[in-house]
Design a protein around this ligand. Structure first.
Ligand code: CUA
Length: 247
């Protein structure tokens, strides 16, 4: 569906909301482009200098032009009030609770995405900026009891399909943006803030996390991957990571 716009595959439950808005806006823009283009060509001929040696300072007076202007304002108001605002309201009011959702932390830095899973206890371990090193990019304090089972990865965010996902986004340095086109998710990541974003992936596959905010010379290579797996494969991934942690 909608392949004529070249949209990426849709892999989240809220994708149709976003896509239908994109489609309607494109149709409106097409109508405006053709309409204004035709009017421009008409005006070139109709008001050519040879038959209009003296300019008119009064402008258009007809009912048609006023009607068209009002029509465009009405269509844009309908788009805003009945499509854009409700779609956004559904995004921001339906946040899943942290008990029903799979909760992960994603910390952006120049130029990578660090992922922290809370582990079996469901609690994120303490992090401390003074512990940050190349082996421990999150600054995770492994002496904290909550941190013992925390799984961390770099540029690989593995998640289960058909579950609400709650991602807590933060940054170690500058403003980045967490953009996953297949999930129709894009959220700025701002140092000093914990910004939650949620979605329900409904299609197994590997998708790119593209940093969508110019964040430095290495911005182009700041890419991670979201691996949406079946419930069983996701459990296997967590078990595997926990085993390698115990070693
Ligand atoms: Cu991070 Cu661009």
């Amino acid at each position: 569906m909608l392949s004529y716009l070249g949209l990426p595959v849709a892999a989240a439950t809220h994708s149709p909301d976003v896509d239908s808005l994109i489609v309607i806006v494109h149709w409106l823009m097409l109508v405006l482009f053709v309409g204004w283009g035709a009017f421009f060509i008409y005006a070139l001929a109709r008001f050519r200098k040879r038959s209009n040696p003296v300019a008119s300072y009064e402008g258009a007076k007809g009912k048609v032009s006023k009607g068209l202007e009002i029509g465009i304002v009405v269509i844009e108001a309908v788009l805003l009030l009945f499509y854009a605002i409700p779609a956004w309201a559904r995004r921001v009011t339906n946040f899943p609770s942290s008990s029903e959702a799979v909760v992960v932390r994603v910390v952006g830095e120049q130029f990578a995405w660090n992922v922290q899973y809370p582990g079996a206890d469901g609690k994120f371990g303490r992090t401390d900026p003074t512990l940050v090193s190349s082996e421990n990019p999150l600054g995770l304090d492994r002496n904290d009891p909550n941190a013992k089972d925390d799984v961390t990865t770099i540029n690989q965010l593995t998640l289960p399909v058909d579950r609400p996902i709650l991602v807590h986004l933060s940054s170690k340095d500058v403003i980045h943006s967490f953009g996953v086109y297949e999930l129709r998710v894009k959220q700025d990541v701002i140092p000093g803030m914990d910004i939650p974003v949620w979605f329900i992936p409904n299609r197994v596959g590997d998708y790119e996390i593209a940093c969508s905010q110019l964040c430095g010379l290495g911005h182009y290579r700041m890419r991670g991957f979201i691996n949406i797996k079946s419930a069983a494969d996701y459990q296997a991934f967590l078990a595997q990571e926990s085993r390698s942690l115990a070693k």
